[in-house]
Write a protein that binds this ligand. Structure first.
Ligand code: AMP
Ligand code: ZN
Length: 115
């Protein structure tokens, strides 16, 4: 846990969030500023600044994040039509919050390449 990290505060319950999925290791909640009809953020409960900071010890955690995202996509009804999983990592990719998070986006056609 990082004292001043916004997403750690959500994990602790110090800041409220609209939770859509949770297990022992990961938490998913709605993005406060949605960029698509479904826009959910999925995070490890443990503070990990960037997904690129993961090590071999995090292999199970990373798998749980993907399985959790699949569960969210299924529950949100976007799995069949199309869903996009995104990790923005560091400055050029637009990472603003340095607690690794997967964006789960769906509910509309998506452009490619991303901006
Ligand atoms: P990123 O640019 O990848 O770091 O994305 C950070 C995301 O966190 C943005 O899409 C924000 O809208 C979202 N966000 C910021 N604060 C909150 C919050 N309190 N609850 C839910 N989502 C948030
Ligand atoms: Zn954190």
């Amino acid at each position: 846990m990082a004292e001043d990290c916004l997403f750690c505060k959500i994990v602790r319950g110090d800041i409220s969030a609209q939770k859509v999925y949770e297990d022992d290791d990961v938490l998913a909640f709605r993005d406060i500023n949605p960029e698509a009809p479904t826009h959910v953020l999925l995070i490890p409960k443990r503070h990990l600044p960037r997904v690129t900071d993961a090590t071999a010890e995090d292999a199970v955690l990373l798998g749980k994040m993907l399985l959790g995202a699949n569960a969210v996509a299924e529950r949100e009804g976007i799995a069949a039509n199309g869903v996009r999983y995104v990790f923005n990592t560091n400055q050029d990719a637009g990472q603003i919050i340095f607690h690794a998070h997967m964006h789960i986006l769906g509910g509309r056609p998506m452009g490619w390449p991303p901006g």
